[in-house]
Design a protein around this ligand. Structure first.
Ligand code: FES
Ligand code: FE2
Length: 399
């Protein structure tokens, strides 16, 4: 685990990549297993510490069918809780805002302190003998990584910082700690399994065909970057100097100079992408960072959440550059949506068996190995009988 291997050093002649079997992308019982393994037991981004600067500020996020919120307490501490009332399960908070002293459930009005403890029950004479100390909100693990707030609902294991390891220096170079939210994007629903969208995020092999615009803008060099078995990947792209024949892209090229002074020379004119398995893409540009977060809604439905952060004081030119960036990358996003939905359709085809992975798809190789490790039943080539997937998973785990 955690060995860092460069793309070019992988012994592909010895171990050609074998993709996951198609059934793992469509089977509802498998979806339950990979949902727990990846979304409940691994770190999920919620937002940035600067989203909740004041006492009582909160930010809630769905993670598929689960929901969490982070909130700043009276002591200034930020805590994370499951967004579910201890009385009869109502979601408590929606979106973001300020709680003004107490967290109040909108159903029957149970109130909780900002530290999660149960404060008051309306008409509590009807709850004789109830010990309020036993009904505080469920706190979940929280880690602040360069200002980014990550939660983990279940289990333990390496922290966020440990996952990123030496790659943290990039977060430092961009100054992410001081970033603030700088644009909004509507959530999208893609008709594909979350792993299809994640596979797609992990490889650049599709760029020349799938993203002609990106291909005009970027030099893609898979030697610059790293994939690791811990589930963290990054790739570095260089901006081309040859003017694009597309007007929007040309404007981006011309304007990009305005943000370069923000970052050290090493990362000027570069786009750097991080993948945090298996659902968070982090796309760094000198002018902005976007977080591309996959939220699983079902075996063939995934919500794509995009969050934008940047320096708090952009010049008008930088602001313009950010707007163009978002437009350029929205095109890419739309192209990816189409590509991923086509794959999901294809995966359901009778008799389809996956082809080989190339050396340009090494990130997928690692990701699929991670899926097999965390959900061992994924090693089977075909689906167990209906109702047997969880049991087969337990059996595969002890083997
Ligand atoms: S469900 Fe929250 S007060 Fe009843
Ligand atoms: Fe893509």
């Amino acid at each position: 685990m955690n060995a860092k291997v460069k793309f070019q050093e992988l012994p592909w002649d010895i171990k050609p990549g074998k993709p996951l079997s198609p059934w793992t992308y469509t089977n509802p019982e498998f979806f339950e297993l990979d949902y727990e393994a990846f979304f409940l037991r691994r770190w999920q981004l919620v937002g940035h510490i600067n989203d909740i600067p004041e006492v009582g500020d909160y930010l809630s996020r769905s993670i598929g069918r689960d929901s969490v919120f982070v909130i700043r307490g009276k002591d200034g501490q930020v805590r994370a809780f499951q967004n579910v009332c201890r009385h009869r399960a109502s979601r408590i908070l929606a979106g973001e805002g300020n709680c003004r002293g107490v967290i109040r459930c909108p159903y029957h009005g149970w109130t909780y302190q900002l530290d999660g403890s149960l404060m008051a029950i309306p008409q509590d004479e009807h709850f004789p003998g109830v010990d309020k100390t036993q009904y505080g909100l469920h706190e979940v693990q929280l880690e602040n990584y360069y200002g980014l707030l990550f939660v983990r609902m279940l289990g333990d294991g390496p922290g966020v910082a440990e996952h990123f390891g030496h790659m943290g220096r990039y977060f430092e170079m961009y100054g992410v700690e001081n970033y603030v939210r700088c644009a909004d994007a509507p959530d999208q629903v893609w008709n594909c399994n979350w792993k299809v969208a994640w596979d797609n995020y992990l490889e650049n092999y599709h760029i020349p065909i799938g993203h002609p615009g990106l291909n005009r803008l970027l030099i893609v060099n898979d030697d610059l970057g790293e994939s690791s078995s811990s589930g963290v990947d990054y790739g570095i792209f260089e901006l081309k100097t040859k003017p694009s024949n597309d007007e929007l892209e040309r404007r981006y090229q011309q304007m990009s100079v305005h943000a370069q002074a923000r970052v050290p020379a090493e990362i000027r004119n570069k786009w750097i992408q991080f993948g945090f398995a298996g659902n968070l893409g982090i796309d760094f540009y000198p002018e902005i960072v976007d977080f591309f977060q996959l939220v699983p809604l079902g075996p063939d439905k995934t919500m794509v959440r995009t969050l934008y952060y940047g320096h708090p004081d952009p010049t008008p030119e930088e602001q313009q550059l950010r707007d163009i960036n978002i437009e350029v990358n929205n095109r890419v996003n739309d192209e990816d949506l189409t590509l991923c939905e086509r794959v999901q359709q294809g995966l359901q085809s009778h008799g389809y068996a996956p082809g080989p992975l190339s050396g340009l798809e090494v990130g997928i190789h690692y990701f699929h190995e991670l899926v097999r490790e965390l959900v061992p039943v994924a090693r089977l080539e075909s689906a167990p009988a209906r109702g047997q997937v969880a049991e087969s998973n337990r059996a595969a785990a002890v083997r």
